[in-house]
Write a protein that binds this ligand. Structure first.
Ligand SMILES: Nc1ncnc2c1ncn2[C@@H]1O[C@H](COP(=O)(O)OP(=O)(O)OP(=O)(O)O)[C@@H](O)[C@H]1O
Ligand SMILES: [Mg+2]
Length: 528
């Protein structure tokens, strides 16, 4: 399915700013559809040929739809779009007298021109037309609620034609906005309630306000409910801002253990502020679940903490046994296990510290690296350096990656720079220079950088390099087997083990990062 932007770019001459405005409309027009009890279709004139293309559609949640079929992507000309043509050319809302029929569904057509205000606040040209089509088959004498909805809908429709609806978006508003069905309050220009839907009335009751809302000064009421009648509270100020014609961000009111989300919208058809619309939603249950999640998060961290403690106990037990056992191979094997268990413990320790499921990884790498040098602190002292940054990694990547790095770092220290006695045991040519005289300082470098949603990591040492005839694809003992299994399995990445250009060994790893991970690195919010 093509998106609004694809369709508009392919078939029209609309500018990017125009298309952005159409996106804003499609993001906020459920409100108008619900208040109108009507389907809304967003039509753009196709370049030059008098036809119109439907780029978006929304159905009312308050009434039956007039269109059972999807209309997006339809290109229509002639009599069917004559009303759109009038609205587009004359720049005014057009309403057809006689119903039109879709199969056996009678519908009434209206056309609302869409204007994008210019930078200096002037009403600009008409860039598109919103078709408002009402299914008349269930029409009857409207109730008070319906009359109020329809009046408000007409105000908003006029504001679309003026270019003042939808209001600009506020960044970071993640909770979905209250809908018409959640609760709607209409205010006059003085801020007094002229209408409150039954659901709105119930929402205020949960906050402790039991009387009828009609006639109330809503800004004052919000302040009273929030418990500080003197200071301007957010939800009170938001109402006042809307009455002035501004579009304030959503606000919450907490009272009596209940939470209500409010969204205040100015009503100013033809530029005249005539009041405001306040949509309210009882979000007590949502907030309760948020709190439960925070508690659960804390529990998970507590469990990680205990796992870490238990692993450290296991490591201590193994260390104890390693000291007692006489057979050298057995001792080495036990000491290996101590290191592996300890590095898993380190991961759990990190997970028990982070508040979300993401880990600042650089600190972990540095600690694993220094642990690796300590482990190998026989006679050779090996320097460790990290170049670049891993950034924040999701827990599932971090857990595997720390194991991989641990193995590679241990290999670099253990095999790259064997202790002197081992070196001496190997038959060296008699005229070979003494190693200390020429060899550079033993060093292991870990590099990390991100590119195109991939994490590139390398562990490079300047040691003696891989053994001759070493099979870099399959060779190795348990350590490299763990490394390959984790990189290609858990991490869905690749690993390349080779002799590095400057002597020594290099392990190069590429790990794909899921969407959102890279965004976290820069601190930007991911796509909604
Ligand atoms: N950085 C390195 N420099 C030189 N040789 C290496 C390096 N990394 C690995 N090797 C060689 O590859 C072999 C296999 O490594 P691998 O980690 O699989 O096993 P290991 O270290 O010998 O034992 P363990 O299973 O305890 O890790 C090593 O024995 C060593 O000969
Ligand atoms: Mg190893």
């Amino acid at each position: 399915m093509s998106t609004l932007r694809d369709l508009a770019e392919e078939h029209t001459a609309l500018r990017p700013a125009d298309i952005d405005h159409l996106h804003r409309i499609a993001g906020d027009w459920q409100l108008l559809s619900d208040l109108s009890f009507a389907d809304l279709l967003l039509w753009v004139p196709v370049d030059g040929d008098g036809t119109f293309l439907c780029v978006a559609q929304v159905r009312p949640t308050t009434a039956p739809t007039a269109y059972l079929d999807d209309q997006v992507g339809r290109i229509v000309g002639g009599a069917e779009v004559a009303h759109l043509e009038v609205a587009h050319r004359q720049g005014r809302i057009w309403r057809e007298g006689d119903p039109v029929w879709y199969g056996d569904v009678p519908a009434r057509h209206e056309a609302i021109p869409v204007r994008l205000r210019t930078g200096d606040g002037e009403a600009g040209e008409v860039i598109a037309v919103v078709g408002r089509d009402t299914n008349l088959s269930t029409a009857r004498t409207p109730s008070q609620l319906e009359l109020n909805y329809l009046t408000t809908a007409d105000d908003l429709a006029q504001m679309i034609a003026d270019g003042t609806f939808p209001p600009p978006r506020h960044p970071g508003e993640t909770t979905s906005a209250p809908r018409v069905g959640d609760g709607l309050v209409r205010l006059d220009a003085n801020g007094k309630v002229t209408y409150a839907s039954p659901n709105a009335q119930s929402a205020y009751r949960r906050l402790g306000y039991a009387s009828h809302l009609v006639g109330e000064d809503l800004a004052k009421l919000h302040r009273r409910l929030a418990g500080d009648p003197l200071e301007g509270t957010d939800a009170g100020n938001a109402v006042l801002a809307a009455l002035r014609g501004e579009a304030p961000p959503r606000r919450e009111i907490d009272a009596r253990g209940a939470t209500m989300l409010t969204r205040a919208l100015p009503l100013m058809p033809a530029g005249v502020p005539i009041g405001a619309l306040v949509l309210v939603r009882d979000i007590t249950e949502v907030r309760r679940r948020d709190r439960a999640l925070i508690t659960k998060d804390a529990t998970i961290r507590e469990i990680h903490h205990r796992v870490k403690n238990n692993l450290q106990t296991v490591a201590a037990l193994l260390r104890l046994q390693a000291r007692r056992v006489a057979m050298p191979e057995a001792r080495v094997a036990l000491e290996e296990s101590v290191r592996r268990v300890a590095s898993i413990a380190l991961v759990h320790e990190t997970l028990s510290m982070s508040s979300d499921e993401a880990v600042e990884f650089d600190g972990i790498v540095d600690r694993v690296a220094s642990a690796a040098t300590e482990v190998a602190a026989t006679e050779v002292s090996v320097g460790m350096r990290r170049r670049g940054t891993f950034g924040v990694l999701p827990a599932e990547i971090a857990t595997s990656l720390v194991m991989v790095l641990n193995e590679l770092l241990l290999n670099a220290v253990e095999h790259g720079f064997p202790p002197a006695d081992e070196e001496a045991a190997a038959p060296a040519p008699a005229d070979a220079p003494r190693p200390e005289a020429t060899a550079p300082r033993p060093e292991v470098v870990v590099t990390a950088h991100r590119a195109r949603k991939q994490l590139h990591v390398s562990v490079t040492d300047n040691g003696r390099g891989l053994p001759e005839q070493f099979d870099a694809e399959r060779g190795g003992n348990l350590g490299l087997q763990i490394v390959r299994a984790l990189v290609t399995g858990e991490l869905r990445g690749t690993i390349d083990l080779r002799n590095s250009a400057g002597g020594g060994t290099e392990a190069a790893i590429v790990v794909p990062l899921a969407r959102g991970t890279t965004d976290r690195l820069t601190g930007r919010a991911g796509p909604p």
